[in-house]
Write a protein that binds this ligand. Structure first.
Ligand SMILES: Cc1cc2nc3c(=O)[nH]c(=O)nc-3n(C[C@H](O)[C@H](O)[C@H](O)COP(=O)(O)O)c2cc1C
Length: 160
């Protein structure tokens, strides 16, 4: 059996994705990064499934603290999504471009986005260069119900 890599790339890039800012917190240390490999996993309890790059700084924090926030960006926030995937001078430095407050679980919720949820980890699958985290949505804060930013409108790709 041989995998046709070109076909695989074209086909997997057809999977629609949103763009989110995942927030993490370890004590006083905060960090955030752009995530697109995110989907829902259950109605009851409400579960989120997110794949996180094993070599990224936030990966170990999620494993240690067992929680993260997910902020939903507006369609006009492409520049902010770019800030959160580019290298930063120090952990958490990306938040200088994006004011935030702490949610009920103490996780970063962007002040200026559609809103954010805070999630608690219920499981993980580590079998590749990303770990799949499954987490229950514990809090939800809606700031402004607008059109969300979606990957297909940005000209960027992640995966395939
Ligand atoms: C369009 C796009 C989508 C991305 N989606 C994800 C994702 O779903 N999961 C992930 O771990 N990294 C994703 N990244 C990469 C991270 O945003 C990037 O590696 C970031 O620097 C990680 O930050 P950290 O090391 O501070 O945690 C994406 C990057 C881009 C450009």
């Amino acid at each position: 059996m041989t995998l046709d890599l070109d076909a695989k790339k074209v086909l997997l890039r057809k999977i629609p994705h949103g763009l989110f800012i995942c927030g993490v917190r370890d004590g006083e240390e905060m960090n955030g990064f752009t995530a697109s490999w995110v989907t829902q996993g259950s109605f009851d309890p409400p579960l989120i499934v997110m794949a996180v790059r094993a070599e990224g700084s936030s990966h170990g924090i999620i494993q240690r603290t067992k929680c993260f926030s997910l902020n939903v960006l507006r369609s006009d926030q492409k520049d902010l999504a770019a800030v959160f995937f580019k290298p930063q001078s120090a952990l958490g430095g990306r938040f200088e471009s994006a004011p935030f407050h702490k949610g009920e679980l103490g996780l970063p919720i962007l002040d200026n986005a559609i809103g954010g949820v805070e999630c608690q980890l219920v499981g993980e699958v580590a079998n590749g260069d990303h770990t799949i985290f499954v987490a229950e949505v514990m809090t939800a804060e809606l700031i402004e119900d607008k059109e969300p930013l979606v990957l297909s409108t940005t000209g960027w790709s992640y995966g395939g």
